[in-house]
Design a protein around this ligand. Structure first.
Ligand code: DGY
Length: 319
C-alpha cells in the first residue's frame, strides 16, 4: 500500500522530493504564503510523514489531524522550535532535523553579517546606488575592525565551531559560552557575563528553547561594550527585539547583523530594526545556497525513508 507524505512546499531544491515520490504519495501545500495550521490540517489526514521547513507550525492539532498513521516529522532545518516535541513524543512520532549539512554555509553567512554590520556595507552600497558619491571623504562610512577583535560565540555546536575556524583566519580572539561544550584549542570557554563584557562581536548559535528565549535582553545588552556588534543567525526569539532596538537607538551598542526575527516572515509589516542604519537585516538566508538547501531536503527525505522502511532515523532530535 502506498503511504502518504505531506510536504509543506510544492517545490524544494534538489531531487529529494522526486526520490520520496518513488516510495510515497507526496501531497504538497501549494500556497505562496506561509501555510497556517488550518491549511496544513486540511491536507494532512492519513499521512505517515510530514516534511516541513523550520518555521512551519507543527503542533498537536496537526498531528491529530494526520491521525494514527503519522510516524515521522522530518524538518528540512536545523532549528526545531516550530514542532511541539512533547506532543510528538506522546504520540510515538519520530522528529528529525538536519544538523551538519548546513553548518559551514551558515557560518559563512554569519561572517557576511559581521563584515556588513561592522564595516557598514549596507549603508555604503545603498548610498552608491543612489548616486551619492561625488567626493572621497575620510570620514564617510567609518566602521570598526574585525581583525584583531574578540568574538564571543554563544552556543558552541557545529555552527559555532565553524564560525570559530573562520575567526581564526581573521586573527580574532575567540571565546565561547556553552554549558554543553567543553574547552578546545580554537576557543576559550567563559561564563556569559565574561563573554558579554569582553566580546567586540557577540554571535548567537543556540537553538530556541524555553531556556534560550530572550537570552539576550536589556540586561545582557547593557553588559556589552557600546562598540560591540550583535549577530544572530540562530532564531529570532533568542533576542528580545524591543530591547535590541532600544540599545541601538540609545547608543548602547554599535551595530547588529540579523538573519532571524521574532516574527517571520515579516510581509509588509517590517520590524523597526530594518530601518535602523546600523542594523543589517536579511530575510533568513543562513543556509541559502543551492547545494546546502538540496542537502537539507535530501537528509529530511532520507530520515522519512528510514522510518518508512523501519530503520532508525539518521538524524532524530535528541529525546
Ligand atoms: C535552519 O536550518 O534552522 C535554518 O534556519 C532554516 O530553517
Amino acid at each position: 500500500m502506498t503511504v502518504r507524505v505531506l510536504a509543506t512546499r510544492e517545490e524544494l531544491p534538489g531531487f529529494g522530493l522526486q526520490r520520496l515520490a518513488d516510495d510515497a504519495e507526496v501531497v504538497s501545500w501549494r500556497g505562496t504564503a506561509k501555510p497556517g495550521p488550518d491549511e496544513l490540517a486540511a491536507i494532512v489526514p492519513g499521512s505517515t510523514g510530514i516534511l516541513a521547513l523550520g518555521n512551519d507550525p507543527v503542533d498537536a492539532a496537526l498531528m491529530d489531524a494526520a491521525g494514527p498513521s503519522l510516524r515521522v516529522i522530518a524538518l528540512a532545518s536545523m532549528g526545531f522550535d516550530n514542532v511541539d516535541r512533547a506532543a510528538a513524543a506522546e504520540r510515538g512520532i519520530v522528529v528529525t532535523h538536519t544538523p551538519g549539512v548546513l553548518a559551514e554555509t551558515t557560518a559563512d553567512l554569519t561572517f557576511a553579517l559581521i563584515l556588513a554590520a561592522r564595516r557598514r556595507l549596507g549603508a555604503a552600497a545603498a548610498s552608491l546606488a543612489q548616486g551619492d558619491w561625488d567626493l572621497f571623504r575620510m570620514h564617510d562610512y567609518l566602521g570598526l575592525d574585525i581583525h584583531g577583535a574578540t568574538i564571543g560565540l554563544i552556543g558552541y555546536g557545529q555552527i559555532g565551531r565553524a564560525v570559530a575556524r573562520r575567526a581564526q583566519g581573521f586573527g580574532m580572539r575567540v571565546v565561547h559560552h556553552d554549558p554543553y561544550a567543553a574547552d578546545e584549542p580554537l576557543s576559550i570557554s567563559v561564563g556569559l557575563e565574561t563573554l558579554l563584557a569582553q566580546a567586540d562581536i557577540v554571535s548567537l548559535h543556540v537553538p530556541l528553547t524555553a531556556e534560550t528565549r530572550h537570552l539576550i535582553s536589556h540586561r545582557e545588552l547593557a553588559a556589552m561594550k557600546p562598540t560591540a556588534t550583535l549577530v544572530s543567525t540562530s532564531r529570532g526569539g533568542v533576542v528580545d527585539e524591543e530591547a535590541l532596538l532600544k540599545a541601538i537607538q540609545e547608543g548602547g551598542l554599535h551595530s547588529a547583523g540579523l538573519d532571524v526575527y521574532e516574527r517571520e516572515p515579516m510581509g509588509e509589516e517590517l520590524s523597526p530594526l530594518v530601518a535602523e542604519p546600523y542594523v543589517v537585516t536579511l530575510p533568513h538566508i543562513g543556509s541559502a545556497t543551492d547545494s546546502t538547501r538540496a542537502a537539507m531536503v535530501d537528509l529530511a527525505v532520507d530520515n522519512i525513508l528510514d522510518v518508512l522502511q523501519d530503520r532508525p532515523a539518521r538524524t532524530p532530535l535528541p529525546g
